[in-house]
Every structure is written in structure tokens, then in C-alpha cells.
Design a protein around this ligand. Structure first.
Ligand code: NAD
Length: 395
């Protein structure tokens, strides 16, 4: 089958297996080129391992410090005549490369919020890997079925308290317009906390602890975003920000438990704004990212998920480094994004962007290219006119 991109709003409903594999290989090559990460993880559980920051973390653990990894994710498998979602192909590419390098790889495709997947993960760890010294919690999901109550919580991307009006861009059509988002009510905020907050991370840690599958001194980490004031009403101070406050609460609770259990640690890393399937769904943020990419590329500071996670592992978590924590106890790998000169440049451009000058003032071209790469399209060296087998099993 010849597979071409079919973009529908902020998703692409097709994915290219060869392109996804080439995209993953680039991240692997980057980690390898940066050299070994001393004192890095040897047995890592990555929850949300198939795309974005979770995939970047998995690659940094495996190819930076030869870690055995168990990856949990939720992807639609391929069918005879229908491509899979990209995380499926990413995982196959990662699995092939890691096994070729002699590393153990375990994969679990299913709902990480469920008790069933947690039990399956524990069984796989007990059978194949043993206790884990790193747990990465990198889920981004629009909904969660609560395993105790059965209630389906849906997350909202809304401001709190008052409506929010700002510029946004339709990245597909290239149209800049004003968008007004009505505030969430308390139920929507609570639902978002239920999906993207820390409860499920705590459930994973409790299950691992109870099964004696946490190695002494284990590290647990989850990710958040802070960003500049243009985005605060929709992110930091909005419903998703509420959930992230709860994730930070969970980090402190897990940290205390891990410290009592052999001197481990848990914390939050604040990562850079990047094009991922999760971030493309947030209003206003894609316009910010398009401007940010322009500035950061011009200054030679641009990084993708792979580079961010390699830097997190190599300069903060391991290699004998001390964590460089902010006043709220978080690691910052958004430090380059938040540099004063970068943020001033973004703030200068922001009010002037229109549909007409979008391509000139922002890196919308780069945004679109990165977006398509998430689905394996537009990757250098891949022949998109060639027949490709969409149906690939994950073994
Ligand atoms: P992503 O959409 O690329 O990845 C989400 C992952 O979660 C995928 O592996 C997916 O399969 C998995 N997943 C989703 N629902 C699941 C479920 N029910 N069960 C099992 N797996 C499931 O997202 P991302 O942008 O990499 O986000 C990961 C984390 O990083 C989030 O906490 C996000 O808030 C944070 N973050 C993202 C950005 C950004 O700009 N993208 C910036 C800073 C922090």
C-alpha cells in the first residue's frame, strides 16, 4: 500500500511505518552520538512509551545506559489494509533496534489506567526484568476510566475563572484568528485532575512497591510544562494546570515513600513546549510553538523530545550530576526555552502575527514538518511513493 498523510484538524489519521522507524532511528543516533550515560538506569518502566517525551525517555534509557525497558502505551495496531497509529510503528522500530543491541524489551499495549494492565506489567517485570530502578510516567490522555469507580473522566483544555481570548493558529490551514475559550466549571476541572493528575502515577508506584518490584534507590519522574504568560490562562492556570499541581503533589508523596525505601527519589521535570500529538490539541499553544521554534532555531538552541530527554538524563539525573532544582523542587529542561532573550523575542513577535505574515514571522513551516514527522511523513531518506506493508505485528 502507498501511504500518504491524511490530516484532519490536529490529527493525522494515517501513519507511515518506514517513516516512523527512520524518525525513531534519528533519536537513537542522537543518544548514541552523545555517548554513554554513567550511572543511568538498568531496568526502566516507561508508562506512555510510544510517542513524545515517553519515547524519548525510553530511548535515552536504552541507548544511553543499556537499560532493559518495559514500555506501556495505548496504540491502535495495524490491520491488513489500515495503518496503525504512529506509536505502534515507533515501538516496533525501537524494539528491533534495542533487541539488535542486545537489550531486553517488553511491550504492553493497553489502558495504563486499568488494574488489568498494571497487573500484566507487574507479571512481566517479575518474569523478565526484576525490580525497576526508573519509572517514567509520561501519559497524555483525553480520558480515564477510573479503576475503582468505573466513572469515565474526560479532561478539558479550558481556562479557570474567566473566559480567555487570544490569538491562535489553524496549523493546517495557516489561518490566524482570535479564539475565546469559556471557563471550565469545577466538575470539568476535577475531571481533568482525575485524568492528568497524580492519582494514577501513585497507583502504579503502590502496585510496584507492593509487588517488591521497586529497586532500592529507584527514581520516579513525571513531566509538566510551565511556559510564558501568553499561555498561562490556557495551560498553567487552566484545567490542565490544576492537574499538573496534583501531579506535583503526587511527586512529593512518592518522593517521601521512595526516600523511606532505600533512598530513592521522585520529581517532576518541566520540559520544553514541543509539537506532539498531545500539545497540538491545545488552543493557542501551536502558535506559541511556531514562534518559539523560529527563535530557538535561529539561536541554535532548538531541541526535540529525544534531545530534551537525553539532556535530562545526562546532565541532571545521572552522570554523577546533582539535580538542579527550582524553588518548587522541579528539574528544568525548559531552561533554554525560558531564557529571557528567547521569551523577549517571542513576546515582540506575538502581537504582530497575522495570517498574511505567518510564514515570515513564525516557523509554521517547521511546525507542520514536525507535526507530519510524528506520523512518519516528510522524513529524509524515505521514499513515500514506494509500496509499504502497513500490517506489522509487535512481537
Ligand atoms: P504524547 O501524546 O506524545 O504521548 C502520550 C503517551 O501516552 C503515548 O505513548 C500514548 O500511547 C500513551 N497513552 C495515552 N493514553 C494512554 C492510556 N490510557 N494507557 C496507556 N498509554 C496511554 O504526549 P507528550 O506530549 O509526550 O506528553 C507526555 C507528558 O509530557 C505529559 O505529561 C505532558 O503534559 C508532558 N509535557 C508535554 C509537553 C509538550 O509540549 N508536548 C511539554 C512539557 C510536558
Amino acid at each position: 500500500m502507498i501511504i500518504k498523510p491524511k490530516v484532519r484538524g490536529f490529527v493525522c489519521v494515517t501513519a507511515h511505518p518506514t517513516g516512523c522507524a527512520a524518525h525513531v532511528q534519528k533519536q537513537i543516533d542522537h543518544v548514541k552520538a552523545k555517548g554513554p550515560i554513567q550511572g543511568g538506569p538498568k531496568h526502566a518502566l516507561i508508562i506512555g512509551a510510544s510517542t513524545g517525551y515517553g519515547l524519548g525517555s525510553r530511548i535515552a534509557a536504552a541507548f544511553g545506559s543499556q537499560a532493559a525497558t518495559l514500555g506501556v502505551f495505548f496504540e491502535r495496531p495495524s490491520e491488513e489494509d489500515r495503518p496503525a497509529t504512529p506509536g505502534w510503528y515507533n515501538t516496533i522500530a525501537f524494539t528491533n533496534a534495542a533487541r539488535a543491541a542486545g537489550l531486553y524489551v517488553g511491550n504492553l499495549n493497553g489502558d495504563a489506567f486499568s488494574d488489568d494492565i498494571k497487573q500484566q506489567a507487574l507479571a512481566m517485570l517479575a518474569r523478565d526484568m526484576g525490580p525497576v530502578d526508573l519509572v517514567v510516567y509520561s501519559l497524555a490522555s483525553p480520558r480515564r476510566t477510573h479503576p475503582r469507580t468505573g466513572v469515565v473522566h474526560k479532561s478539558a483544555l479550558k481556562p479557570m475563572g474567566a473566559s480567555y481570548t487570544n490569538k491562535t493558529v489553524d496549523t493546517d490551514k495557516g489561518i490566524v484568528s482570535s479564539v475565546t475559550i469559556e471557563p471550565a466549571n469545577e466538575l470539568e476541572a476535577a475531571d481533568t485532575v482525575a485524568v492528568m493528575g497524580g492519582e494514577d502515577w501513585e497507583m502504579w508506584m503502590q502496585a510496584l512497591h507492593a509487588a517488591k518490584l521497586l529497586a532500592p534507590g529507584a527514581t520516579a519522574i513525571a513531566y509538566t510544562y510551565v511556559g510564558p504568560s501568553h499561555t498561562w490562562p490556557i495551560y498553567r492556570d487552566g484545567t490542565i494546570g490544576r492537574a499538573k499541581i496534583d501531579l506535583e503533589r503526587a511527586a512529593r508523596a512518592i518522593d517521601a515513600q521512595l526516600k523511606a525505601h532505600g533512598g530513592g527519589r521522585a520529581f517532576i521535570s518541566v520540559n520544553k513546549a514541543l509539537v506532539t500529538q498531545a500539545s497540538s490539541a491545545i488552543p493557542v499553544v501551536p502558535l506559541y510553538i511556531s514562534i518559539l521554534y523560529k527563535i530557538m532555531k535561529a539561536k541554535g538552541l532548538h531541541e526535540g523530545c529525544g534531545e530534551q530527554m537525553q539532556r535530562l538524563f545526562a546532565t541532571q539525573l545521572y552522570n554523577g550530576n546533582q539535580l538542579n532544582l527550582d524553588a518548587d523542587g522541579r528539574v528544568r529542561v525548559d531552561d533554554w526555552e525560558m531564557r529571557l532573550d528567547i521569551q523577549q523575542a517571542v513576546a515582540e513577535i506575538w502581537p504582530h502575527v497575522t495570517t498574511e505574515n505567518l510564514a515570515e514571522l513564525t516557523d509554521i513551516v517547521g511546525y507542520r514538518a514536525e507535526f507530519l514527522k510524528l506520523f512518519g511523513f516528510g522524513v529524509a531518506g524515505v521514499n513515500y511513493d514506494a509500496e509499504v506493508e502497513p500490517h506489522i505485528p509487535l512481537t
